[in-house]
Design a binder for this molecule. Sequence first.
Ligand code: ADP
Length: 507
Amino acid sequence: MISLSIGGQLRRIITGIAFNRYKEAFDRAGYAIMLIDNRTNRFIRVNKAAAELFGYTRAEFRKLTPLDLSTEPEEVKRKTKEQAEDPVVKPARTKDGKIIIIKVQTTYSDRFHVSLISDVTEEYRIRRTLELNEERLREAQRIGRFGWWEYRPETDRYLGSEELSGIFNDEVASFSMTYQEHLGYIHPEDRSYVHSTIMDAMEKKKETFLVNYRIITPTGKVKAIVVNSNIKYDEKGRLLYRYGTCQDITDTRRIMDDLIAARRQAEESDRLKTTFLANFSHEIRTPLNAMLGFMNILTSMSTTEEEKQEMVKLIDINSQRLLRLINDMIDMSRIESNNMEIKYTNVEINEFISSMGSAFAYEKEAAGKKHLKLTPVIARSQKAVYQSVDELRLSQIFSNLVGNAIKFTDEGEIRYGYRIVPSGDGYTLTYFVSDTGPGIPTENLDDIFQPFVQYWSEDMPKVQGAGLGLAICKRLSELMKGRIWIESLPGRGSSFLFTFNTPVIVE
Ligand code: ADP
């Protein structure tokens, strides 16, 4: 018995010591510990660190439940079985209303549960800032269309950010490719230049360099990129690694190219207009002066009847010339301001071609080129051939082209008319005006249909014109759903051909 009672006392003493040690450890712990009753959900006991963390005294804690520390309206109901939960990171509210971030690890027993809490506010803030910075960097890369990359000789690989893969492969993914694979992406025209720029930079031990080039992505898109490189060498001058950024400048480059083209076009049209104004004033003044001169002679008493007839003819030619010039100007400005109306009718083309003959013959004679042969060409004379066109505009195209042919041809023949070829269910008509004049050099053929463009070779006669005729023909053909083109070689004459994509009927 005695031994037993001694044993019982001893146990009490030992338990007392253990409990005191536990209490001491509980209070001195560097992190917060809370003991919570499962039934009442009240704090049974909290340690000093917990009181300090939340700003309540221990006496105050006895009146609180975990819900008073939570930022959530309701605490999640806990399990009561003996088990430990994975740690949770969540916000909590202190006595003075401050929000802190805590990491809670809870262990459950039947009657109570213990929560070990550490304050991770600072850690969380730093991590969040890092995440945010990373997010912003990713976003900046996406918006600025640039990525970073690194190349190491030991692996012979480029590694890069996801945005770099977006640039090279059109998809945001991890980026990794060998040097040779990278060369394969480069536009063939830029490849050797890029390779030699990289090699040259390393040979000269450069620390940075910049290179612009085009790549072709697996889906066939051509992109313009600018690559910024930094190079690191070891003490023996051997390459350690290269790293840098790569930016997709396709849009910027396109805008710049458009701006340069627009400026060039503006300069060109300014130059053409200046040339035109110089020409135009000459073109207007010449026939006007001639007309005034002839009129003075007409009114003089000594002029014979024969001379008078000649003067009237010359006045007529000059006023026609002036009228044509002014009409061209009006037509051109109407076309440019989209005010040219096209009136389609079914025109019988054989009759139409024949009807122009006498006007052309008169023009040829007035130009003093009676000897030139003028031949209308009708493809199906035995049948009626109709095409839906604006008759007035079609005759305007013919008279501009035949007028030019007469102007520029001194010897030979001018042929005008059409050819017909079956196409699909119907027919296509190709109209033409060809001459045996000086022809036009290949390098001038592209420009010849531009307004105010005139081309003179040494052996060409300097004739009048404001450079509008062919521009009007081109625009009229296009307005009638067609096109016009030229086949010409210097010294071999010129052929102007044009078609309209409108219905043709052969009867
Ligand atoms: P222009 O009224 O000055 O003749 P066009 O637009 O009709 O203006 O012609 C532009 C230029 O094209 C001419 O100045 C000439 O250089 C060239 N050209 C046009 N037709 C012919 C042709 N049949 N033969 C040779 N050159 C031609």
